[in-house]
Write a protein that binds this ligand. Structure first.
Ligand SMILES: [Zn+2]
Ligand SMILES: [Zn+2]
Length: 276
């Protein structure tokens, strides 16, 4: 399906309206997210020391040193445990959980899940949310100039693939958004986020019927990747971003049904260090 030059749509609903569409099965995930958002803030501001020199293409956090406040991390893990039932804080070092989540160290996460008597999926979900306050604080230090010269499909801060693309404002500027840290960076419309394909003959879009221009699926015939996109007026908050990702799961199902997939591995897993 070729790209069409779309008309300007209306904003992708209000957060309240999006929340009303959430499948109750996802509520536990939202409860975890709300704990992370409550625990986020200034206290995480100077936790990370970035490395001056990084390899070409490395996201900001690659090689960074994180001095995580143990009692703050412990409280975060305890609160996430209250919501999820994953009791990790007693048996594993909360800083190690955050480090493993950011570095996407699957072996460490598996080992910690086992020690916490939790399933790997539940543990990995909690670990990902536990890393959010630190990741969000790091993303706030990404200046718009650095974001605008990034020009890669994965997050300039944490290396994750974008959770969705915003087609923002009257110009419908394509801004990729990271659901892990909230980072926001531009990538041209005809540029696959996953394999850097630029050939418009290979890039397409699936448009759900009746949804007008609000949501669609960007597809790539070269890597068979897909990315959801949404028309927005302005930058979505990270909470709205996550909500929108959840309410558009039917789009994921359509894309997967047609043979498209999201890459299994992150764009770049940044190795970070914490005091041992
Ligand atoms: Zn990120
Ligand atoms: Zn591609």
């Amino acid at each position: 399906m070729p790209w069409t030059t779309g008309t300007v749509g209306t904003a992708a609903g209000l957060p309240g309206a999006i929340e009303a569409q959430i499948d109750p099965a996802w509520q536990p995930w939202l409860d975890l997210l709300d704990v992370a958002l409550e625990e986020a803030g200034d206290a995480w501001d100077s936790v990370v020391t970035l490395r001056d020199e990084r390899p070409d293409g490395a996201p900001m956090l690659h090689g960074a040193y994180a001095r995580i406040d143990t009692s703050r991390a412990r409280r975060l893990m305890r609160r996430l445990g209250d919501v999820s039932g994953v009791r990790a804080g007693g048996v594993v070092d909360p800083s190690a959980v955050i480090r493993a989540a950011i570095s996407r160290d699957d072996r460490a996460l598996e080992e910690m899940a086992e020690r916490s008597d939790a399933s790997i999926d539940a543990f990995a979900a909690v670990a990902q949310v536990a890393a959010m306050p630190l990741l969000m604080a790091a993303a706030l230090t990404l200046d718009s100039r650095a974001a605008s010269v990034w020009q890669r499909g994965y997050c300039p801060v944490c290396g994750a693939w974008p959770s969705l693309a915003e087609l923002r404002g009257i110009e419908r500027e394509r801004r990729l958004r990271c659901g892990c840290c909230g980072a926001d960076w531009p990538l041209p419309l005809l540029h696959c986020a996953f394999c850097d394909e630029l050939d418009h003959g290979k890039l397409g879009a699936l448009q759900p019927e009746g949804e007008e221009q609000l949501h669609r699926i960007e597809t790539c015939e070269t890597c068979h990747g897909y990315l959801k996109s949404a028309t927005t007026f302005g930058a979505l908050s990270i909470r709205t971003l996550v909500l929108l990702d959840l309410t558009t799961i039917p789009l994921d199902l359509v894309a997967q049904d047609r043979g498209y997939a999201r890459p299994a591995r992150p764009g770049w897993a940044p190795a970070i260090e914490t005091p041992s």
